[in-house]
Design a protein around this ligand. Structure first.
Ligand SMILES: *Cc1c(COP(=O)(O)O)cnc(C)c1O
Length: 421
């Protein structure tokens, strides 16, 4: 995939022809606009539906219809272990061993549960570092966690904001905030990619620095998983949580994912809130006193696996296995660079790309800030069958997800802006 772009349609067509992942577009349903597939740049909000999903649902409906409770042990995918079927693919995507992965609940619920495991405030060590302008749900979660412990959010939470007129956090500022908090720092909890600016944070460096002052580190990977490969185990990240309905295409409200580092997961004394699904299956039904968690990330599961909420994820992960997250990332860097290149060839439109220009500091997202006319420009996109995300006060987020977006999609998007403004 060439990095020497031009503004011809021939370039877009040649790049698609050379793209070994291009065929995956046909594995998804697209919203329709005037009888044609819309151009979908909203996979960072809700991924598209895999075509095979309906069949996958029918398999479980059949099992339920024909075997009823027998479906837990029989059928095509015995439900007792359904969450475990998802571990191998997710482990590859986040750089973990299967025993460090589980799926359960949904993202914010898991964020609460994991923070309750890992945030153990004392009189001396209680501060939490997070990025300023974090996703609202994460802000609410951290605020209410702190209050739950009887602490004051204003003196407990340290929000790090870009300095000196920068649009992004620079590594040195993050490290300085960690060093300044020092032995008072209990936990760093950050998004891996900022949902609004699209900045990818240096997670490995943050983890190392925070652990050096004795804090634990968790990441919300909502905008990372299925987008940018990470190495959670090797980076020694303590825990991470994510949702599955963005780049992972698992469907609205699909089951959330959890990583717990082996060093904590194998220790059954690591604090947590328990339930029967996290208990050893051998003793689960002995009705004896005493919760015996599994010595792995599944030891955090609480309730019966939400099978119907996992089907979309299982189906979609088969496509990730086929494509390979590293191949997707390679295409993604090229496709997003191509989009950035074309956006710079629009002299009549006044906007600023607020996402870092370095491809190693972003995933498949560019956020465009329009000082004026943002709503009119967004409406023009809608009229032309382009689905993007609009955020006040005038930011349009474009996510050319490499799984189902083509170079021609990006080119057509450029043409609509070029020809209308
Ligand atoms: C999408 C997103 C969420 C959504 O959380 P749910 O509990 O799944 O509704 C939370 N945090 C971040 C950073 C997100 O990007």
């Amino acid at each position: 995939m060439s990095e020497i772009f031009d503004t011809s349609i021939a370039f877009a067509k040649a790049a698609d022809a050379a793209d070994t992942l291009a065929y995956l577009k046909d594995a998804f349903y697209f919203p329709q606009h005037n009888g044609k597939n819309a151009i979908y740049f909203c996979g960072n909000s809700l991924g598209l539906q895999p075509i095979k999903l309906q069949t996958a649902f029918e398999i479980e409906l059949t099992t339920w219809r024909e075997k009823a409770v027998g479906g837990y042990f029989g059928g095509t995918n015995p439900w007792l272990k359904y969450h475990e079927f998802l571990q191998p693919s997710l482990a590859k995507i986040v750089g973990a061993s299967t025993s460090e992965i589980t799926v359960m609940n949904s993202l914010t619920v898991n964020l609460h549960l994991l923070m309750l495991s890992f945030y153990q405030p004392t009189k001396e060590r209680f501060k939490i570092i997070m990025e300023s302008g974090a996703f609202p749900s994460d802000q609410y979660a951290v605020e209410t966690l702190v209050k739950h412990f009887g602490l004051d959010p204003t003196t407990t939470i340290i929000e790090i904001a870009p300095n000196n007129g920068n649009k992004h956090l620079i590594e040195a500022d993050i490290l300085e905030a960690i060093a300044n908090a020092g032995t008072a720092l209990a936990m760093v909890i950050m998004g891996g990619i900022h949902y609004y600016t699209g900045q990818l944070y240096p997670m490995q460096t943050i983890t190392k620095a925070a652990q050096q002052v004795g804090a634990v580190v968790g990441f919300d990977l909502a905008h990372v998983v299925g987008n940018v490969p990470v190495a959670l185990h090797d980076w020694n990240v303590d825990f991470a949580v994510w949702c599955s309905y963005k780049y992972l295409n698992a469907g609205p409200g699909a089951v959330g994912g959890v990583f717990v580092h082996e060093k904590w997961a194998t220790n059954t004394n690591t604090p947590r809130l328990g339930g029967w699904w996290g208990n050893d299956e051998a003793t689960r039904f002995k009705m004896e006193k005493g919760f015996l968690p599994k010595p792995n990330a599944s030891g955090w599961n609480i309730s019966t696996t939400q099978v119907f909420n996992c089907i979309g994820l299982k189906t979609s992960l088969e496509l990730f296995d086929e494509a390979g997250i590293e191949n997707l990332r390679k295409k993604s860097i090229s496709l997003t660079n191509y989009l950035a290149f074309l956006m710079q060839q629009l002299p009549n439109l006044s906007f600023e790309i607020i996402t870092p220009s370095n491809p190693h500091q972003r995933g498949a997202q560019l956020s465009l800030y329009f000082k004026e006319n943002a709503k009119a420009i967004h409406n023009k996109m809608i009229e032309n069958g382009i689905i993007v995300d609009f955020r006040e006060p005038g930011v349009i987020r474009l996510a050319p997800a490499p799984m189902y977006c083509s170079y021609l999609d990006v080119y057509q998007f450029y043409c609509i802006l070029r020809d209308n403004f």
